[in-house]
Design a binder for this molecule. Structure first.
Ligand SMILES: [Fe+2]
Length: 345
């Protein structure tokens, strides 16, 4: 088994490279670390490579780089992968910062590029865009979530932080509650890419900046329950959902096995667990607990964004527990009517 320490960068293909470079530099606030004819490497202002853009027919996320401990022997990593039945190949200079990497394919078809050492991109002291502190996590949709979780935990060394029922998994490789997410869906695709910002004031600044550039939020601001991050979502020019978040749950000590206590936690201690199918998507935003919208969304789960900002989240075999969901919707409507009546009265 490997011991992945963190995510490096995600490679995104795009039909319009120039437009996406403009978006990632001017709106997201990444720095253009290198530009080639059909490719651009973007880093945080502090020099962590975060996104590689490549010209392509459609918007996809074909590769993900992951770091093992600095100084690790990639030959030895290859042997471990071989023992797990995986064929890997050495690749050089995959980005200006990563000279050597080991590439192999995960079960859903994403190329994983493991590296041990990297160089920071040149310092960029200019101020533009949201300026996240790092590439936080990437969420994928795929049909076999249990299978991919087994691979990421058993081969790459990730740990399960939380499950929503049996169709949405949150995996960590560091203190962060999740660095990869897997959501069950019939097709395999990117779900969203998330960048961490410093604090709540940067979330507010991001909202203002997006609005000023006529980019509407698709969800948020909210505080999630699973992971407890404060988050806002929008779509980039290619239609990919982008999240800015802060305040994500942290597990500082794996042996203690709980997330650092926070006032908004449901459990004391807050340990990794399976959250119920009807856990509200968030605490205080749209579709939070008990709102008519949330209950309505639960009544129509296949088409409703009730799960962690999921537009059209897949639900195998259609609606989940429709009778329960419909009962909730009725209750919520009743509460809403009663509340309107009492306001009138
Ligand atoms: Fe997310």
């Amino acid at each position: 088994m490997l011991d992945i320490k963190r995510a490096g960068h995600s490679t995104l293909t795009t039909p319009d490279l120039e437009k996406m470079i403009d978006y990632f530099t001017r709106i997201v606030g990444l720095s253009l670390a290198a530009r080639e004819k059909n490719r651009a490497i973007l880093a945080t202002k502090s020099g962590l490579e975060a996104i590689v853009l490549e010209r392509g027919g459609v918007a996809e996320a074909p590769r993900l780089s992951l770091q093992v401990a600095p100084g690790s022997d990639l030959g030895e990593v290859a042997s471990r992968l071989k023992k797990a039945g995986l064929k890997s190949e050495r690749r050089s200079d995959i980005t200006p910062g990563i000279g050597e990497a080991l590439a192999f394919t995960d079960p859903k078809g994403t190329t994983i590029e493991v590296f041990s050492d990297f160089n920071f991109a040149p310092e960029d002291n200019t101020f533009a865009g949201v300026m996240p502190i790092k590439f936080g996590h990437i969420a994928y949709q795929c049909p076999d979530v249990k299978g991919i979780v087994k691979f990421y935990c058993g081969v790459l060394g990730f740990r399960v932080s939380d499950w929503r029922s049996d169709f949405f998994a949150f995996l960590r490789c560091s203190r962060d509650h999740h660095t990869v997410n897997f959501l069950r869906n019939d097709k395999t695709a990117i779900h969203h890419v998330a960048f961490e910002v410093r604090d709540w004031s940067d979330i507010k600044r991001a909202c203002d900046l997006l609005a000023r550039n006529d980019i509407k939020l698709t969800w948020g601001p909210i505080r999630h329950i699973i992971g407890h991050n404060i988050a806002v979502y929008h779509k980039n020019p290619d239609g990919t959902v982008i999240e800015f978040f802060t305040d994500l749950d942290q597990m500082h000590d794996e042996e203690l096995g709980y997330f650092e206590p926070r006032p908004w936690h449901q459990d004391r201690p807050q340990r990794p667990k399976v959250w119920g199918d009807d856990t509200p998507s968030n605490w205080w935003g749209p579709m939070s607990h008990g709102s008519p919208q949330h209950a309505q969304a639960l009544a129509q789960p296949a088409a409703a964004p009730v799960h962690h900002g999921l537009q059209g989240a897949a639900v195998k075999n259609g609606a989940r527990k429709p009778a329960v969901a419909q009962a909730r919707a009725k209750q919520a409507q009743k509460r809403s009517r009663a509340s309107r009546k009492s306001r009138r009265g």
